[in-house]
Ligand binder design. Structure first.
Ligand SMILES: O=C(O)CCC(=O)C(=O)O
Length: 302
């Protein structure tokens, strides 16, 4: 259980670090499943609905930026722990009894240059009717300063939603490093042993440097919401939902309930919103959005 101090810290700072978020057995199963998926990517030459390929990817040297929606590729490895671990307790404490999964992604920064994620707020990608939402970053390998850890700016979840657009007004999935509301000097780095998790609020400013170590950096992100936070139309995710039709949307949404009850009664709050439109030429992942949208890099300047 989270202590009262941790709950207050999350409210004030917008992030937490929790050790031993899953059991050693759950971690071993996830790592094995991840190795098997990466193995399957060896023969791929272009990114698809499962794998986002990094520069230099090939049969002898699989280099991915991301495994997409891992909970759909191996439910027992990636979904079950969400309903049966410290992650579940944290969700219920911070989001309430009724929680749903927004999405999952396993960001696999390969050794020797695995890509940076430029600074952004998840909220800019998928605004909802309220912001009772967070992302868990479950570390499948040890994460330290050298292999591209997540960085956050404490308290930024209570600030404005910054523009995530390029000079032409196109959504590029990253803030302008020169934005006066972006203060990189205040960044805090979140490191931990395999099995630890970071938790960050959906409006938190965050980013991560390239992986310049000789080790992998695997972090599995679970983006979660209170069940009464309903997506606002216009994000990449909602376009996909609209294409499903109402019945499939209804069924799929029920499939993403983590704990408690589904609700079709959204809670609407006065939250600041910018829609991620017009889209970057390739909006297939944050890596593609930032690259093809021409995001400016905080890390390239270091
Ligand atoms: O992989 C990372 O370090 C950050 C990922 C992230 O923020 C995202 O995918 O939205």
């Amino acid at each position: 259980m989270l202590s009262q101090q941790e709950i207050e810290a999350f409210d004030r700072d917008g992030y937490l670090l929790v050790e031993d978020a899953i059991s050693p057995e759950q971690l071993a199963v996830m790592r094995e499943a991840t190795a098997a998926l990466i193995d399957q990517s060896r023969t791929m030459t272009t990114s698809d609905h499962r794998f986002d390929l990094d520069d230099g990817h090939g049969p002898n040297n699989p280099r991915l930026t991301r495994i997409k929606l891992p909970h759909k590729l191996n439910r027992s490895a990636y979904w079950d722990p969400l309903q049966n671990s410290k992650m579940t307790e944290v969700l219920n404490t911070l989001l309430g009894p009724n929680t749903m999964l927004q999405t999952t992604k396993l960001n696999t920064k390969a050794p020797g240059g695995g890509q940076a994620v430029e600074w952004h707020q998840d909220w800019a990608f998928y605004p909802h009717t309220n912001d009772t939402m967070l992302a868990i970053g479950l570390m499948l390998e040890d994460v330290d300063e050298a292999n591209g850890p997540l960085q956050v700016i404490p308290g930024s979840h209570k600030g404005p939603v910054l523009a995530h657009t390029n000079k032409d007004g196109v959504f590029c999935g990253a803030v302008d490093p020169e934005d006066p509301d972006f203060d990189y000097d205040k960044a805090v780095t979140l490191t931990g042993k395999a099995g630890s998790m970071s938790v960050h609020h959906v409006r938190m400013l965050h980013g991560s440097s390239p992986n310049n170590s000789d080790r992998n950096r695997y972090i599995l992100f679970y983006e979660c919401r209170a069940a009464d936070a309903w997506p606002l139309f216009g994000s990449a995710a909602t376009i996909g939902m609209a294409a499903m039709g109402q019945q499939k949307l209804w069924d799929e949404m029920h499939d993403t309930v983590i704990t408690g009850e589904f609700t079709a009664v959204p809670r609407c709050e006065a939250v600041p919103v910018r829609l991620p439109l017009p889209p970057a030429p390739d909006a297939g992942s944050i890596f593609k959005t930032q690259k093809t949208g021409g995001a400016k890099s905080v890390y390239a300047a270091e």
